[in-house]
Design a binder for this molecule. Structure first.
Ligand SMILES: *[C@@H]1O[C@H](CO)[C@@H](O)[C@H](O)[C@H]1NC(C)=O
Ligand SMILES: [Zn+2]
Ligand SMILES: [Zn+2]
Length: 347
């Protein structure tokens, strides 16, 4: 395969990953979603009806019903990266005298990550049940801003505790609902936000660590090959020093799988690091992504809902940011030691 074909394949795959990730994140107005929908509109007239119906069914099945597809995809991608790392990078790194200690870090991180991943999947996020709802109602006060007392869930048929939300995928109300995560096929709520945060951080560390080890290995390979000092004869017969493009092409041809993996890891790292930082910020200011999302478009009760400018400009009373924050440590404490319904009753 020549360089350009390989490169086109590579870019295509990375773009597919981006589109997939943006679809799952469920935020309606990402630029990729807009792109995705407009592409859908363009290709709709030229695709046969059965294919359209099938893809609609598949999308519904994937994103609006509980299923383990993304857990399998997660494990598959992880397996591919670790197989490549163990099969190729590990050996090269050993030749270049990387210590066994630093080479074992990715495996330790993998074990830690699997533990949190498992807890995210298996832990009950804080389902609101008939039996527990009385206690759960007392955990948080209604702020009369995003959550109002006496609102019932039409499906579950009980009064919704403050900060809870009905998950349409799982068909249940969840306490301190954050979002439904397809990667763990579970809601993220009061009882598993802590595992979700730790999981995000360990995945980031994993991707970052393997990327660093791989980049280090490639750097050594370039230095050892003497390519930086090399030169080539161009079509005019003149000697040219080998530039960065030349080195990149060499790496692509000499280690296609490793370079491919490195690109994937860098992409995953930046994407998840951004996501993990966003969730840490939310944890520190005592907000869920559900509340963050809702309060961004909050309609102020004091303004008339029918006037054009019913969205208030941020005044002290209307400010959305850090509205619930009671200090960083207490906010974090609530994430890692979520209040239990029974405890609250004694107070
Ligand atoms: C977090 O915000 C809720 C209101 O949504 C409040 O009831 C709770 O006390 C806050 N927790 C902390 C630790 O500040
Ligand atoms: Zn419900
Ligand atoms: Zn859910």
């Amino acid at each position: 395969m020549d360089f350009l074909t390989l490169f086109a394949l590579y870019v295509g795959l990375v773009l597919t990953c981006i589109v997939l990730v943006c679809r799952y994140s469920g935020r309606q107005q990402t630029p990729f979603n807009v792109l995705f929908n407009s592409v859908l509109k363009v290709v709709a007239p030229i695709t046969p009806k059965w294919l359209q119906r099938f893809s609609q069914w598949a999308l519904h099945r994937l994103f609006h019903q509980r299923n383990n597809m993304f857990i399998y995809l997660h494990i598959l991608l992880e397996f591919a990266v670790y197989a490549e790392f163990t099969g190729e990078v590990f050996g090269f790194c050993r030749e270049m005298d990387t210590t066994l200690t630093s080479l074992s870090v990715p495996y330790i991180l993998l074990a830690i990550k699997t533990f949190f991943f498992y807890l995210c999947i298996k832990r009950d996020p804080g389902t609101v049940t008939k039996k527990k709802v009385a206690g759960q109602l007392h955990i948080y006060q209604y702020d009369r801003r995003l959550f109002h007392p006496g609102v019932s869930c039409p499906t579950c048929q009980f009064v919704k505790p403050a900060r809870s939300k009905h998950c349409r995928v799982c068909n249940r109300c969840v306490q301190r609902f954050d979002h439904h995560c397809v990667w763990v096929n579970n809601c993220i709520g009061a009882q598993n936000t802590r595992y979700f945060l730790l999981y995000l951080f360990t995945v980031c560390a994993m991707a970052g660590d393997i990327a660093l080890l791989t980049a280090d290995m490639l750097l050594h390979a370039v230095l050892r090959s003497g390519l930086l000092r090399a030169s080539y004869i161009d079509e005019n017969g003149e000697q040219q020093p080998a530039g960065p493009l030349f080195v990149a092409q060499h790496l692509f041809l000499a280690f296609p799988r490793i370079v491919f993996m490195l690109g994937f890891l860098v992409f995953v790292f930046f994407l998840l690091a951004g996501y993990a930082l966003f969730h840490s910020y939310l944890a520190l200011v005592n907000q869920t992504s559900n509340e963050w999302y809702k309060s961004r478009g909050l309609v102020c009760q004091h303004c008339h809902p029918n006037t054009a400018d019913h969205l208030c400009s941020p005044a002290p009373n209307h400010s959305n940011r850090h509205y619930y924050s009671r200090g960083l440590l207490r906010n974090l404490g609530e994430i890692f030691f979520p209040p239990q319904p029974a405890q609250k009753k004694d107070n």
